[in-house]
Design a protein around this ligand. Structure first.
Ligand SMILES: [Fe+2]
Length: 402
């Protein structure tokens, strides 16, 4: 089956159509929506999350460097008040860096997932690739972007917030997580929290905010989950919840985290990913003045190299900025440190937004199309940023030179 057919079959299955009857062993409660994400140390830790229809007596990941799966991790069961099934989460510790592992999750009582594989992070790679987009949801383009990530074979994928667009309707999470499973069972999927993760439900015809409970239960991000950091090679990735940017605790965390990154001699590239763009020319939205005022001085202070955002459903990229001013009008080649490059890739798969007219002076390139980022981080030499359309054609290529 094609990925689209497979995805539709999985969505039907999640919705209770086409589910198998129990077999002779009574095992018709197998894991669905299998996904992996890095732990605090991507070279040595991986988290596995899955869901079954009903709770099973045990929650296990069997894993190993061969398909014999000779190691075992016992999981726990995250819960939330509006859950649609039984979630399970397990952490694999003390993995070998730069190593392919095979795994399956589930239980003897409920059944097992197929054997999948992943690769732990390489501590000092000559180069690595990651992909990114935000504002994903359920749509034909969202499925194509899942295929695009698999095509690019990245070390990991960054989802720049606004994930499922469940908007309180919890079964939509199941459909979405089934849609992306072909990617998430083998590519570590790392989140930034967006405004659509802050959900509401209807109770007695009134809207009641339930907040981030679904995202917190359904994913297993490092650290505080809404703000965290991880390293791959010579790059440090930092995210924070941009919907909560005025929170002084989070602002202090961001300042201290970026300061620590710049003190660490191993860190060359400092990359922030978060949901709301600072600089934007989406019609009716424009710049986020509050975010610029609160956050850009912190990003400037530590000379963050790249900021990846979503929220606006299209592609837009600024010239490098420092102290609210453009620092280079070069077309697509910049010197490291001369400014922070702000990129919006909110074209994960939702309907697209228009731009303001005319294009603002600080905007270098923009295009109303769904797409994704493919970014190559070398040990030596230039950071290469490729902005691609959903059909994989290239919009632009940007270099940040040493
Ligand atoms: Fe958003």
């Amino acid at each position: 089956m094609s990925l689209v057919q497979t995805t539709l079959a999985m969505i039907l299955s999640v919705n209770g159509i086409g589910q198998q009857a129990p077999d002779a062993m009574g095992t018709a409660n197998p894991p669905t929506q299998v996904r992996i994400s890095y732990g605090e140390d991507p070279t040595r830790m991986m988290r596995v999350v899955w869901q079954t229809k009903t709770p099973t007596p045990s929650l296990v990941v069997k894993y190993g460097t061969s398909e014999k799966l000779e190691q075992m991790a016992v999981g726990s069961r995250p819960t939330y008040a509006y859950e649609t099934g039984a979630l399970a989460e397990a952490t694999l510790y003390n993995l070998k860096p730069n190593t392919t592992y095979f795994y399956r999750c589930g239980s003897d009582q409920g059944g097992w997932s197929d054997v999948q594989s992943f690769r732990t992070a390489e501590p000092n790679p000559s180069s690595f690739v990651f992909t990114a987009f935000g504002d994903h949801g359920i749509s034909p383009d969202a499925v194509k972007n899942v295929e695009n990530v698999l095509f690019e074979k990245p070390a990991f994928h960054l989802l720049l917030g606004d994930i499922s667009y469940a908007n309180g309707n919890q079964p939509i999470w199941d459909s979405y997580l089934s849609q992306i499973e072909p990617m998430t069972r083998s590519v570590p999927y790392m989140l930034a929290y967006g405004n659509h993760e802050n959900e509401r439900i209807t109770v007695d015809e009134k809207q009641v905010r339930i907040g981030y409970v679904a995202t917190l239960a359904r994913f297993a991000m490092p650290g505080f989950e809404q703000c965290y950091t991880f390293d791959y090679g010579n790059a440090r990735f930092v995210t924070f919840n941009s919907d909560d940017y005025t929170n002084p605790i989070q602002q202090n965390w961001l300042d201290q985290t970026l300061a620590e990154a710049r003190r660490d001699k191993k860190v060359k590239w400092l990359i922030v990913f978060e949901h709301h763009p600072l600089y934007a020319s989406s019609k009716g939205r424009d710049n986020n003045v509050g975010l610029i005022k609160a956050i850009s001085p912190i990003l400037d202070k530590y000379k963050v190299d790249l900021v990846l955002s979503g929220h606006d459903h299209h592609y837009e990229r600024n010239y490098p900025m420092r102290a609210d001013k453009v620092t280079s009008k070069s077309k697509n080649k910049y010197k490291k440190g001369e400014g922070t490059l702000y990129v919006i890739q909110g074209g994960g798969g939702k309907s697209l937004y228009d731009f303001t007219d005319p294009m603002p002076d600080n905007c270098a390139f923009r295009e109303k199309v769904n797409g994704y980022m493919r970014i190559t981080v070398p040990r030596k030499g230039s950071l290469k940023i490729e902005a691609k359309r959903v059909d994989r054609s290239i919009m632009e290529v940007i270099e940040i030179t040493e």
